[in-house]
Design a binder for this molecule. Sequence first.
Ligand code: AMP
Ligand code: ZN
Length: 489
Amino acid sequence: MLQLHNTPTKLLEEFTPISDKRVSLYTCGPTVYSTPHVGNWVAYIRWDTLVRTLQANGYLVERVMNITDVGHLTGENEGDADQGEDKLQKGARRDGVTAWRVAERYTQEFLDGMAKLNLLMPAHITKATDFIPQQLALVRTLKEKGFTYQIDDGIYFDTSKFPRYAEFAHLNLASLQAGARVSVNQQKRNPSDFALWKFSPIDEQRDMEWDTPADLTAEKKIRKGFPGWHLECSAMAMDILGETIDIHTGGIDHIPVHHTNEIAQSEAASGKQFAHYWLHNNHLKSDGTKISKSLGNGYTLDDIAAKGFSALDFRLFILQSHYRTESNFTWENLESAKNRMQHWRNIARLRWQTYDTLVDDQEKVATASTESIVNASSAILAALNEDLDTPRALSVIDETFSTIDKRPLTETQQAALVSLLEKLDDLLGLRLLDSTPDISEDQKQLILERQRAREEKDWKQSDVLRDALLAQGITVNDTRYGVVWAKAD
Ligand code: AMP
Ligand code: ZN
């Protein structure tokens, strides 16, 4: 049974999809105006674990993730998400290219990062600019149903016409009204109203703009415009997945504005519940503080690689904390994740050394090591099924691996170990199998020769061979049960 924490009810709820086998999932994706930092990656790693957990429960996941390449304004950070400059247009000025080029460049960077982190590609990765007709159709429906009004800079959603507006995020609209900043557009009927479609400034040509259909405006002259940020998610989710979807995910910062607005416009248009489950990931701090440009603590995957860490070390670091708790990035924390990964990889390498020629797998069934391996797969899935409890899943893995470590290798059933590693890779995407190929025949020969030298008490030769192996990154450990080799990655 899969249980998920549902944001609006604040409860752990049993997951029951709309259809038996298929799960529709929408993930709010990146705004492609700069290189993602460690904090931005958090959400995508978290929701990748969700997809993998759903799949392990036998569901076919149909997932949409948007690429925001227009309409996300800088005013978001100053109290009014409908004001300020388009982040893409700002990026264009910074890079000295068009907004289209900025979108192309950072979309590619994002996709490359996804591959490095071994994140599953959603079936639909959709750009806001490819869904302009669908977004305009949604504005039209809302206009026909009486939810919109026009002011100088665009077409807005009247939140007072949607009585449930405050419910999702448990907002206090009265205090929002009282605390409305001067910076909030005074033409809005309510401070919480939001732009569905914004008009291009009269004195400026935007790189990205479209004709506002005549039936949507009160004006005779065609005005150019662009979609508000929230609109794209509703339009894409409903166009591809249907008016009601199973799960919608995002960062906790999306709850009070972005997702609240998505719900208002989707449900006002369709008259149906937009999503059954809403999941939100908490934020990552960096060096103990909020990630900010001025502090320079928004490290990128390239910064991580430059310090000798892999993207998968970072992935493991993120999995060490629960998605609903705040976590903290430091190089020391990343180092400890890397060490854990190193240990896990060396356990994965044991599958090449399980001495099958000596003892048949079948005869090892009853050993403590095999039992622990066989039980681990279901214990890990059980942890993930409890609201994606990755820290607990990871400690099950540690316990199992330490049992393997402590037992004679001859006891470890190769098939069981391989099957556990496959399961781990499926669930956590750490590529334990891919990253631990067997060593070469020549290297195995060196290990044998060294063993022989030791048997003959030729310590000098044994040291020479040990050094030769070390030069190739291979360490040999003489255990009570024989030689075990490992590698430093
Ligand atoms: P931005 O590109 O700044 O608009 O951020 C895109 C999304 O990344 C935000 O909406 C957040 O959900 C997410 N995000 C930004 N910073 C962090 C962080 N420190 N931890 C987790 N998620 C973050
Ligand atoms: Zn969204």
